[in-house]
Design a protein around this ligand. Structure first.
Ligand SMILES: Cc1ncc(COP(=O)(O)O)c(C=O)c1O
Length: 388
C-alpha cells in the first residue's frame, strides 16, 4: 500500500500561480499575442554575451566565493554609489540567484511567525512567501484611480508592536508605480524608529520612465541595519536567464545572510557573474535605449487608455507594466481567460496580486509596439461587445 508523503503544511500557503494558468492555457492555442510577459523583449547586450563566452573559454566554471565573485560585489557597489551618491562597500553586497532568491532569503530571515508584515496591494507574488514563512499580511490597498500611489501615513498607521517587516517595491510589479522620495523617506524613518525591517525590492530601479530622481531605500534609509534591498541584472540588462541578483544591507546583516546563502545555492553561476561585471561596469547606453523604447510604448498605451471608456487609466512611472481597472468587471480571472480564448490576447488577471485587485488586468509592454497596438485593438473590439 502506498501512502503519500507528508509535506510541511506551510507549503500549502504557496498557490499555483494564476500567471502560470494563463500561460498554460495560451500554450494550447496558436497565434496568441502576449501582453503578459514580465521579462524584457530585448536581447542581451553584445558586450555582455562576449564577456560570458570569454569567461567560459577562460575556464571560469569552478565554484566561486560564497558571497559572490569579488569583482562583481565591487561592480554592484560601484554602480549604486555612482547612481545614488552613496558609499557602499563590496561587503554590503551578497550575490544571489536573481532577485527571487534575495527576496526569498530576506523574507525567511526577517519574518517572524505570527507577526505582521505590511504589504502594499497590488503586491508582487512574494506575499505568498511571507505567509509560508508564518507571517500575517497587513494589506494597504491602492487603486488605479490614485495611480497606485500609497499614502505613507497609512503605512505608518498600520505599524504596531506586532509588525516585523514592511515590503515595498518601486517601480512596482504589477503597477509600474514609482514612489516619490517623500513616501520612501517617511516609511523608512518611521520603520527605523520602531525597529521594523524594510525589504525594498528595487529590481526595476533603472527602468524609470519619467525624468524624476529615483528614490532608492539605499539613499534614504537612516541606516542600512534596518533595510534589505534586493535587485538583479535581469531587467536592467535584459538577462533574466543569467539568474544573477543581489541583496544589499549592512555588513553585519550580510554576514548573517551569508550563513543562509551557504545552505541554499552556496555560490552563483561563475561565468554569468563575470558577464554581469561587464554589464555593470561597461557602457550603460544599452539601458538608456531600452528605457527609451519602454517609454514610447508606455506613452502610446497611456494615450490609448485615457480615451477608452473601458479602462480606468493612469500613467505608470516605471517598469513595463500597467494595471488599469475594468469598471465593468467583477472577476478578473474569468475575464482574462475569456478574453484570451476569444481574442488570443493574453493578459494577467489583477486578482493574482491581491483580492482588492480583482477588477483589474496587468498588461505588460515588454513586447514590440506593433504587437501592443494590434492587441489593444482586439481587446477594445471585444470589450465593446461585452458592454453592448
Ligand atoms: C518585482 C519583482 N521582483 C523580483 C523579480 C525576480 O527577478 P529575478 O529573479 O529574475 O531577478 C521579479 C521578476 O519578475 C519582479 O517583477
Amino acid at each position: 500500500m502506498s501512502t503519500s508523503i507528508n509535506f510541511n503544511p506551510s507549503l500549502a500557503k504557496l498557490p499555483f500561480s494564476p500567471i502560470r494558468l494563463m500561460f498554460n492555457a495560451a500554450s494550447q492555442m496558436s497565434g496568441v499575442q502576449h501582453l503578459s510577459i514580465g521579462q524584457p523583449d530585448f536581447g542581451a547586450p553584445p558586450h555582455v554575451i562576449e564577456a560570458h563566452i570569454k569567461a567560459l573559454r577562460d575556464g571560469k566554471t569552478r565554484y566561486e566565493l560564497d558571497a559572490g565573485l569579488p569583482a562583481l560585489r565591487e561592480a554592484v557597489a560601484d554602480r549604486y554609489n555612482q547612481l545614488y551618491g552613496i558609499a557602499l562597500k563590496p561587503t554590503n553586497v551578497l550575490i544571489t540567484t536573481g532577485c527571487c532568491q534575495a527576496m526569498y532569503m530576506a523574507i525567511h530571515a526577517l519574518v517572524r511567525p505570527g507577526m505582521e508584515v505590511i504589504v502594499i496591494e497590488p503586491v508582487f507574488v512574494f506575499s505568498h512567501v511571507i505567509e509560508q514563512a508564518g507571517g500575517v499580511l497587513r494589506r494597504i490597498v491602492t487603486t488605479a484611480e490614485q495611480g497606485y500611489q500609497v499614502d505613507p501615513e497609512e503605512v505608518i498607521a498600520a505599524m504596531n508592536e506586532r509588525t516585523c517587516a514592511i515590503m515595498i517595491n518601486s517601480p512596482g510589479n504589477p503597477t509600474g508605480a514609482v514612489y516619490p522620495k517623500e513616501t520612501i523617506q517617511k516609511i523608512l524613518r518611521a520603520a527605523e524608529q520602531r525597529g521594523i525591517a524594510v525589504i525594498s525590492d528595487e529590481v526595476y530601479d533603472r527602468l524609470v520612465l519619467d525624468n524624476v530622481e529615483y528614490a532608492s531605500a539605499l539613499r534614504h534609509a537612516p541606516s542600512l541595519d534596518q533595510v534589505v534591498v534586493t535587485s538583479s541584472a535581469s531587467k536592467t540588462y535584459a538577462v533574466p536567464g543569467f539568474r544573477i541578483g543581489w541583496l544589499i544591507s549592512s555588513e553585519a546583516n550580510i554576514t548573517a545572510f551569508q550563513r543562509m546563502h551557504m545552505f541554499i545555492s552556496t555560490t552563483e553561476n561563475t561565468a554569468t557573474q563575470y558577464a554581469t561585471v561587464a554589464a555593470l561596469a561597461g557602457d550603460q547606453a544599452c539601458v538608456t535605449e531600452m528605457v527609451n523604447a519602454y517609454r514610447a510604448r508606455r506613452d502610446w498605451i497611456t494615450g490609448y487608455l485615457k480615451d477608452s471608456p473601458h479602462f480606468k487609466a493612469y500613467s505608470p512611472g516605471g517598469a513595463f507594466f500597467v494595471m488599469p481597472s475594468l469598471p465593468a468587471c467583477r472577476d478578473s480571472f474569468d475575464f482574462a481567460m475569456r478574453m484570451l480564448k476569444e481574442t488570443k490576447v493574453c493578459t494577467i488577471p489583477g486578482g493574482a496580486f491581491g483580492q482588492s485587485c480583482n477588477n483589474a488586468l496587468r498588461i505588460s509592454f515588454a513586447t514590440d509596439m506593433a504587437t501592443i497596438q494590434s492587441a489593444f485593438q482586439k481587446m477594445t473590439l471585444w470589450l465593446e461587445k461585452q458592454s453592448s
